[in-house]
Design a protein around this ligand. Structure first.
Ligand SMILES: O=P(O)(O)OC[C@H]1O[C@H](O[C@H]2O[C@H](CO)[C@@H](O)[C@H](O)[C@H]2O)[C@H](O)[C@@H](O)[C@@H]1O
Length: 290
């Protein structure tokens, strides 16, 4: 099992009581060594508006388009946001992609009747256009031994929820924060000895999925193909897993936008989900006025 990469590094990048609100220098250096240089500027400015004629728009789902809720299956877009999102897709000629840790099938369900290009399960699933078929980079059987190892943990701790995404498994503890340590160590133990897997400790979840893919690589691959190719990338995301994509976009001179106040490599910031939707609507309005 690997515990490397941006997720784990950012996981350690928390304010330390022993050094006030700052971050440990070694941790900053560790991130730098991995090519990720966090810029901790909570006052970073609002991004310029999206230009649908020029931009390829990549949007994270949970915490970016949809507010967090206790039940991962009960998530939904805020009222009144479907139509602007769909108009943006039309205006961009389908060069808009949902990039998520979720399965594409689940994204489709939450966004129905809309359909978008998508990178699901952190890029292990991809759909290049709304009407295209889903490509999967691996098969779900790789995780069968972990399914078996986690079954008794769930049975013994019914307040933990297991989300089986086929190509990834997630232990949720948002409604049982006291079980965080147990969930994380159960996931670590289940993946022990598996160098082909990565364990990620995310936002009230412990997740395992095959190594070798992240949202940044998924974005770079999508940018090689129509309808994204030749456009300038825009990425909007709130979580540690989004940092991979935000870095790729920043390095390519695109618009990298962090949602919320966590540390980030992004150049711009929006404070919350509602502000993301307001920015999308304002971008469409600006285009109509032009
Ligand atoms: O990449 P994202 O679109 O941000 O997806 C990341 C994970 O999102 C979901 O979990 C998160 O949202 C849930 C619903 O609000 C919340 O209950 C949970 O605590 C959050 O971590 C999803 O269930 C995971 O599979 C995704 O990896």
């Amino acid at each position: 099992m690997r515990r490397r990469g941006c997720d784990c590094a950012f996981e350690t990048l928390k304010p330390r009581p022993d050094i006030g609100d700052g971050f440990a220098k070694t941790e900053i250096e560790e991130l730098g060594g991995r090519g990720i240089n966090p810029i901790w500027l909570p006052t970073m400015s609002e991004p310029p508006k999206i230009d649908p004629a020029r931009h390829a728009v990549f949007l994270d789902f949970d915490g970016t388009l949809a507010e967090f809720v206790d039940d991962p299956d009960a998530v939904r877009l805020p009222d009144g946001t479907f139509e602007p999102l769909d108009r943006l897709r039309e205006a961009c000629d389908d060069a808009i992609c949902i990039v998520s840790g979720r399965k594409i099938a689940d994204l489709d369900r939450f966004l129905s009747p809309m359909r978008f290009a998508a990178a699901g399960v952190h890029g292990l699933e991809r759909r290049i256009e709304p009407g295209a078929s889903v490509e999967r980079l691996i098969t779900p059987e790789a995780l069968d031994p972990l399914r078996d190892a986690l079954a008794p943990v769930i049975e013994g701790n019914p307040r933990l929820k297991l989300e089986d995404k086929g190509l990834a498994l997630v232990l949720h503890f948002r409604t049982a924060p006291d079980l965080q340590g147990l969930a994380q160590s159960a996931m670590d133990r289940a993946a022990e000895g598996r160098d082909d897997l990565v364990v990620m400790h995310g936002d009230m979840i412990a997740e395992v999925h095959p190594a070798g893919m992240d949202k940044g690589q998924a974005l770079a691959a999508m940018m090689e193909r129509a309808p994204f190719k030749g456009r300038v990338p825009v990425y909007v995301g709130d979580d540690t897993t989004d940092e991979f994509a935000l870095k790729v976009v920043r390095d390519r001179g695109g618009l990298s936008v962090k949602v919320g106040e966590k540390e980030s490599v992004a150049a711009y910031r929006l404070p919350h989900v509602a502000a993301v939707h307001r920015w999308i609507a304002a971008s469409l309005a600006e285009r109509n006025e032009a």
